[in-house]
Write a protein that binds this ligand. Structure first.
Ligand SMILES: [Zn+2]
Length: 349
């Protein structure tokens, strides 16, 4: 099956009332882990690459691996997504390569660090939407600024510094026509999200609910949403690692989000933890081994386990065969004739 429009994946998820995990990849083993999990749980899936990943793996290696995943798993709808595009050029290069979805993160300037103004964000996102939609490619925008830094991208600081304003979210969706919207509700990138189990004072689910009420046609995206489970932290520390105690986003909060318009959930840290724990274990228990397959295989297996669990928890499991993918050309027509419009029910004040 060719790569599928992310918009279609998310529209179907909205109909079915479930969320779709978007898992980051840098190499073959991670792609294989995701596909093994998708196959086992019969899940549609979003695979995403950051700018850092595209650089690390070289664009073409990574993209060809995704194409191989699609060819080897014709029963699984796969969308290939650019995570945190920092500029029009980055998004355009992903679209030209064949990605079926891009994130234009205009909440930051092109340096990927400095918060941008609302008008700057609207301008660059609108430009990406025009180029992408003409080609049937999905666009995710971001309003408000996430906390932390990952892959050199992020404003740093706490997730509470730039919480999304619901009025601005509506105005942003109206002016840009994005398909999906990442919002800042207190989450951060990386492993160190919260210093204790998060409650309503640090994780603003009420803001998410307010935004969804006014933007029911725009799919909401939760970033920085690894759960950072204690057992994965423990394995790393047991075998010589040195992670400080930390908390992620509890799965039940993500599920509350899914009941209120969240359709895409980004997960990277949990997979990184699973891989590193598995490799550390092999190194510690069998220091005589030196064949990379001896530790890459358990690493791949550990990531597959986490991904499969999230697929079940997000509700996407069992939905791979629910629909036939529409061609990207067909999707482009939908944008042109207005049938895929995401305009808010109530316009901004
Ligand atoms: Zn993110």
């Amino acid at each position: 099956m060719p790569l599928v429009s992310m918009r279609q994946l998310l529209d179907e998820a909205a109909k079915g009332g479930y969320g779709v995990g978007a898992f980051n990849v840098n190499d073959m083993e991670q792609i294989q882990a995701i596909m093994m999990a998708a196959k086992e749980t019969k899940s549609p899936v979003i695979v995403q690459a950051s700018r850092g990943a595209r650089q690390f793996a070289e664009d073409l290696y990574l993209f060809r691996l995704i194409q191989a995943a699609a060819e080897l798993n014709p029963e699984i709808p796969i969308a290939m997504h650019q995570d945190h595009g920092n500029s029009y050029e980055t998004c355009k290069s992903a679209i030209d390569l064949g990605y079926t979805s891009v994130m234009m993160d205009g909440s930051l300037k092109a340096d990927g660090k400095t918060p941008a103004s609302f008008d700057e964000n609207v301008e660059v996102t609108r430009k990406v939407v025009e180029y992408a939609h003409e080609r049937g490619v999905t666009v995710e925008g971001e309003i408000g600024v996430l906390g932390g830094v990952e892959d050199g991208h992020g404003a740093g600081g706490s997730g509470l510094d730039h919480i999304t304003d619901p009025d601005q979210a509506v105005e942003f969706a109206e002016k840009t026509g994005v398909d999906a919207l990442a919002i800042a509700i207190g989450t951060s990138h990386g492993a160190y999200k919260f210093t204790k189990k998060p409650d309503g004072s640090v994780l603003k689910m009420d803001v998410l609910l307010a935004i969804h009420k006014r933007l029911p046609n725009t799919h909401l995206v939760m970033h920085g949403s690894s759960s950072v489970p204690k057992d994965l932290q423990d394995i790393i520390n047991k075998y010589g690692g040195n992670l400080k105690e930390t908390w992620g986003v509890p799965v039940e909060e993500i599920q509350l989000g899914i009941r209120n318009g969240v359709r895409k959930i980004n997960v990277d840290t949990d997979n990184r933890l699973a891989i590193t724990g598995a490799i550390r274990k092999v190194f510690a228990e069998t220091p005589e081994k030196f064949d990379p397959r001896d530790y890459l295989k358990p690493a791949r297996e550990a990531m597959k386990k986490v991904v499969a669990q999230r697929m079940v928890e997000f509700g996407q499991a069992g939905h791979a065969g629910d629909y036939s993918p529409v061609s990207i050309e067909q999707i482009a027509k939908g944008y042109k004739d207005g049938s895929l419009s995401t305009q808010p029910l109530v316009t901004a004040k």
